[in-house]
Design a protein around this ligand. Structure first.
Ligand SMILES: *Cc1c(COP(=O)(O)O)cnc(C)c1O
Length: 334
């Protein structure tokens, strides 16, 4: 395994002006709630509404000219990033997704001109379809998390956070396949070796958490979640994001759907930010008392690509149904 800060510095040059330099702002409410400076890296402000643009742009822009097209599996945001980057390069893109992906994300990808395939009911089935397309149609697959170029692109977020605030003591990183946590932890620990980097994910279907505990990549069942972008496996053949997360993450913390729902309301009502469930797990973990820090805390608001009908119901305190998941509503402040 050969991945370092140098890869992330190279990615920064590739993505400059396209997918970088999002705001990094204090949250007064979360600062009061945690007793530490609490800062939000606003990746929801990316042109595609999520951080995955960084890794996708780095991966697509560095492909050789001989490549005819790209494919990937996605819970929505990686596909949108790949579609955006491929359109910029005038390349064909085929995005494979399962039925669990919300319609808003599917529509966003189609609008960028990519070809969308909806396959099966799990992220793993979408992954197998994308791998099949590589063999049958000669496309190049871009993994959402287990690709050095993707990890390097996501790692540029860590560079920007530590350059702005070298005094950060704890980074709370939403965790699924671990491309984000791998890149951010390599960047952060290269700059600030004592920093604590904690992965946060939902308590059902947490593949990276289960894999780190098992000592090797394992498969877990997939569930509908408010944090739909955190769904899916890490791949039994995982080569890079698993070892990097295993070696670099100081802890992995799990949050419940109820904690995610509450944190979405907090971010909206206190900071006036619209964000997906996957984006708020760092806030959720702090609000639930599941992580502490002895210095400034930074978290990444990873994306805003949600179903607005469900979002407005959640904000209004109404019950929501997401697939087979029922989330009980509660008025904010009640
Ligand atoms: C993909 C994604 C994550 C998790 O990133 P991984 O690299 O898969 O760990 C978190 N939040 C959002 C909004 C995402 O799209």
């Amino acid at each position: 395994m050969d991945f370092s800060l140098a890869d992330i510095l190279a990615a920064r040059r590739v993505i400059r002006g396209v997918a970088d330099a999002t705001p990094f702002v204090p949250s007064p409410f979360m600062t009061r709630a945690s007793g530490q400076d609490f800062l939000l890296k606003l990746e929801n402000m990316q042109p595609i509404g999520a951080f995955k643009l960084r890794g996708a742009v780095n991966a697509v822009m560095t492909l050789p000219d001989t490549v005819g097209g790209v494919t990937c599996c996605s819970t929505g945001n990686h596909g949108r990033g790949v579609a955006f980057a491929a359109a910029r390069r005038g390349m064909k893109a085929v995005i494979c997704m399962s039925k669990l992906v919300p319609q808003a994300k599917v529509d966003g990808i189609r609008a960028l001109g990519a070809d969308v395939r909806i396959i099966g009911t799990t992220q793993d089935e979408a992954m197998y379809e994308s791998q099949r397309l590589c063999e049958t149609e000669g496309l190049v697959e871009i993994s959402p998390f287990d690709d050095p170029k993707v990890i390097a692109g996501q790692g540029t977020i860590g560079l920007e956070m530590l350059e702005a605030r070298p005094d950060l003591a704890t980074l709370l990183v939403p965790l699924s396949g671990g491309g984000l946590a791998a890149g951010v932890s390599v960047a952060a620990k290269a700059i600030s070796p004592k920093i604590r980097v904690v992965g946060i994910t939902m308590d059902r279907g947490a593949a990276m958490y289960a894999s780190i505990r098992a000592g090797h990549p394992v498969e877990v069942p997939e569930y509908a979640s408010l944090a739909d972008s955190l769904g899916g496996g890490i791949g039994l053949e995982n080569r890079l994001s698993f070892p990097l997360c295993r070696d670099n993450l100081d802890d992995v913390v799990l949050v419940t759907e109820e904690e995610i729902r509450h944190a979405m309301q907090v971010l909206y009502y206190e900071d006036r930010i619209v964000a997906e469930g996957a984006s708020v797990v760092g806030l959720a973990a702090v609000l639930a008392g599941k992580v502490a820090s002895d210095g400034p805390i930074g978290t990444i608001v990873t994306g805003r690509n949600l179903d607005m009908a469900a979002f407005t119901r959640i904000m209004a305190g109404e019950d929501v149904q997401i697939g087979d998941l029922s989330v009980k509503g509660k008025h904010y402040g009640a």
